[in-house]
Design a protein around this ligand. Structure first.
Ligand SMILES: [Fe+2]
Length: 391
């Protein structure tokens, strides 16, 4: 089953801002009022030229995507990484699933040759020459290259062009469905007496307050792939006895999507703050080894699905904004990495009713009740793979 509805391939140097804006807009089309998004769009946030070792994770994301959105520009045409992604797509997918957003340069279609007009300035990877049976869907995004507001009406219309192709429905139907969704949301919020004017206001408000962030990118899911895979076992030490703090063992069973069968060969990546609430002393090797600090590590479940981390109890951030927590990302065999609800400690700072209501419960609840055994805190957090994909 595809994990992503679309994969955005672009030159990071110039197209990062517009790629983020388009991702926000496209993901929201056709969503129910209570969902964060209807479509899942993968946008690689890292520079492959700086980190070529990430190609396997990119390839995995490509293999799990239904559509490729290519941002066409002279920079993309010259990028070996964009070319690599396009070549992968042409080898494994039908060209009709490739959509183009033009961000710079000029594109024109030659109906006589049945191909784009090619010149040294054509803003497409040469791998695409002669590959289309008919003119592919392409959208002019050039006015927005230097900055697009996901709330801009015209930009939303352009996003709808992509979303309609991905949903496989006419754009007009998608837009009218969008209005109906917004109305439904308002009806629930305001009751049956809401006027059309208020409907429009609320529709705008929904856009203004929507959460455009992509948690997976923010949390560094890809860091789960930084493990030395050959060396992985079901247990790992994040903090040795020399690290200050209260000793804690985090353990549990990873269950397959049926909720009862232990899942083997799942990489469990955990990282957390030190006892002072800081992600400190990370290694300089990668972005995530710096950001996630020294207290991080990987395990791989065996046939019993069990994982275990020996560590210390993390502290609350110095500027307390959320409970003390342990982040967990997972990699199932053949899947892209994902995050699940962080482990937090029931009854402690910030774990209140509001927190419970907000929890996504990805992979099951992350709220654990600590037990004390022989001077060590035991945190048991079972993980349910069947509870990850929604939302
Ligand atoms: Fe955190």
């Amino acid at each position: 089953m595809p994990l992503y509805d679309a994969f955005i391939s672009s030159s990071h140097a110039k197209d990062k801002p517009i790629a983020g804006a388009l991702q926000s807009v496209v993901q929201k089309f056709g969503k129910s009022w209570y969902k964060r998004r209807a479509l899942r769009v993968f946008r690689d946030d890292t520079s492959l030229s700086a980190m070529p070792e990430l190609w396997p994770s990119i390839e995995t994301a490509l293999s799990k995507s239904r559509f490729l959105i290519l941002f066409a520009s002279p920079e993309a045409a010259a990028s070996p990484w964009v070319t690599k992604e396009v070549e992968y797509w042409l080898e494994n997918r039908d060209p009709s699933t490739l959509l183009i957003g033009l961000t710079a340069g000029d594109l024109s279609w030659n109906s006589k040759t049945g191909d784009f007009k090619w010149s040294p300035r054509t803003p497409l990877p040469k791998a695409l020459k002669g590959r289309f049976a008919s003119e592919p869907k392409w959208v002019d995004l050039r006015p927005y290259r230097d900055g697009a507001d996901p709330r801009d009406t015209h930009f939303i219309q352009l996003g709808a062009d992509f979303a309609a192709a991905i949903h496989g429905m006419p754009k007009e139907d998608l837009l009218s469905q969008e209005v109906k969704q917004q109305r439904r949301a308002l009806t629930l919020a305001m009751g049956a007496a809401a006027s059309l004017l208020v409907l429009l206001g609320a529709a705008v408000l929904l856009y203004l307050t929507a959460d455009y962030s992509d948690n997976c990118r923010w949390k560094g899911c890809v860091a789960a792939l930084e493990a030395n895979e050959a060396a992985l076992t079901p247990s790992a030490v994040l903090a040795g006895p020399d690290k200050p703090g209260e000793r804690l063992v985090l353990t549990g069973v990873v269950y397959a999507s049926d909720g009862v069968t232990p899942a083997s060969d799942v990489i469990v990546y955990a990282y957390h703050t030190n006892a002072e609430g800081r992600y400190a002393d990370g290694a300089p090797d990668t972005v995530w080894s710096r950001r996630h600090g020294a207290l991080r590590g990987w395990t791989r479940t065996g046939p019993d699905g069990v994982y275990r981390f020996d560590t210390i109890k993390p502290g609350v951030y110095p500027n307390p904004s959320s409970p003390a927590h342990i982040h967990i990302n997972l990699v199932e065999p053949g899947h892209a990495p994902v995050y699940i609800d962080s482990v937090v400690f029931d009854g402690e700072f910030g774990v209140d009713n509001a927190f419970r209501e907000r929890a996504e419960n990805r992979g099951g609840s992350g709220i654990v009740r600590l037990k004390r055994e022989d001077g060590v805190w035991i945190a048991r957090r079972d993980i349910y793979l069947g509870l990850i994909m929604d939302g």
